[in-house]
Write a protein that binds this ligand. Structure first.
Ligand code: BV8
Ligand code: ZN
Length: 263
């Protein structure tokens, strides 16, 4: 049986579904993945060294500039058919849990109700001292090559404001990690989409599901360490494969119309 037909059967019969995503699901929207080399001001850095407390401590304007560039980029792009298909799965299988490593808001903008952000968000800056949440004006036009931008300071303790993301070496938000592990251990199908599965503890989530007996389905144009965890590997882009999977799992259903509630 063709892999996509097998995957569609598993998904169509599922009662508890988890969709686990990484940077690859936003690639077709124009958001660079972590594999993509950085450009401009940041070209001599790799994302893993910039996304650290140390980099922010040493060069806060370089790191803040990078996050303002990313916040602007995300605000100028739109969800793609991959994000919309995920939202469509949520309407077909009530109780579906979306877990993402992405710090963009494209799942929400595609109609996903309450995705679990394991690594935070570009839209939740806070004070690096007292943790006070900070409201930022909409992201301004950023030069493509990037620029250094001095982070604002906290009105309460005057320490620097930092991006509301989880940096390497920092703990994940406990509630999000617990919710993700709980959903993974209770699902019967976990879809892992557009992730290289190299960053922990996030990469543990599909393994928790597999150990609990769930069928893991991977969507990725390339091989990853998840290949051995997945029951079905679908090679291709999320924007092409996910809508097809939804249509095959629920024939007659619109692959990207979350509003079209099942009759
Ligand atoms: C911590 C937010 C401890 C910031 C991010 C165990 C073993 C080894 C190492 C560790 C370990 N445990 C911990 C570590 C250290 C580290 C880690 O995992 N290092 C790795 C690199 C080896 N983990 C940590 O530091 C974590 N914290 O451990 O804290 C602790 C505990 C208690 C108390 C104090 C401390 C924190 C990790 C989180 C870091 N923050 N993001 C920001 O965004 O700036 S991680 C970031 O990178 C993303 O969120 C994501 O998680 C990761 C990138 O991975 P992907 O999303 O998968 O993207 P990638 O580009 O790699 O791949 C894209 C994939 O898509 C590819 O496979 C490609 O083929 C595919 N693709 C491309 N196009 C498409 C596509 N797929 C479908 N369709 C397409 N069109
Ligand atoms: Zn403060």
């Amino acid at each position: 049986m063709a892999d996509i037909v097998q995957a569609a059967k598993l998904l169509g019969d599922a009662r508890r579904v988890v969709v686990f995503t990484g940077a690859g699901i936003s690639a077709e929207s124009g958001v660079p993945t972590f594999r993509d080399a950085l450009t401009g001001l940041w070209e001599r850095f790799d994302a893993q060294s910039l996304a650290t407390p140390r980099a922010f401590q040493d060069q806060p304007d370089l790191v803040w500039g990078w996050y303002e560039w990313r916040r602007h980029r995300v605000s100028t792009v739109s969800p793609n058919p991959g994000h919309r298909a995920v939202a469509a799965i949520e309407t077909r299988v009530p109780g579906t849990v979306v877990i993402t490593q992405n710090v963009d808001d494209l799942h929400e903008r595609a109609g996903s109700r309450d995705p679990v952000h394991l690594h935070g968000s570009l839209f939740a800056p806070r004070c690096s001292g007292c943790g006070e949440a900070v409201a930022l004006p909409p992201a301004t036009e950023e030069p493509d090559a990037g620029r250094r931008v001095q982070p604002p300071t906290c009105v309460r303790c005057h320490r620097l404001v930092r991006p509301g993301v989880v940096w390497f070496g920092e703990a994940l938000p406990e509630a999000a990690l617990e919710a993700a592990a709980r959903a993974a251990s209770a699902c019967d199908v976990l879809l892992t989409v557009g992730t290289s599965g190299m960053v922990y503890p996030a990469a543990e989530i599909p393994r928790i599901a597999a150990r609990a007996g769930a069928a893991v389905i991977q969507v990725n144009p390339h091989a990853t360490p998840m290949d051995s965890v997945a029951l079905v590997n679908l090679r291709g882009s999320a924007g092409r494969i996910l809508p097809e999977l939804v249509t095959k799992a629920w024939p007659g259903a619109a692959a990207d119309d979350p509003a079209a509630a099942p009759s």
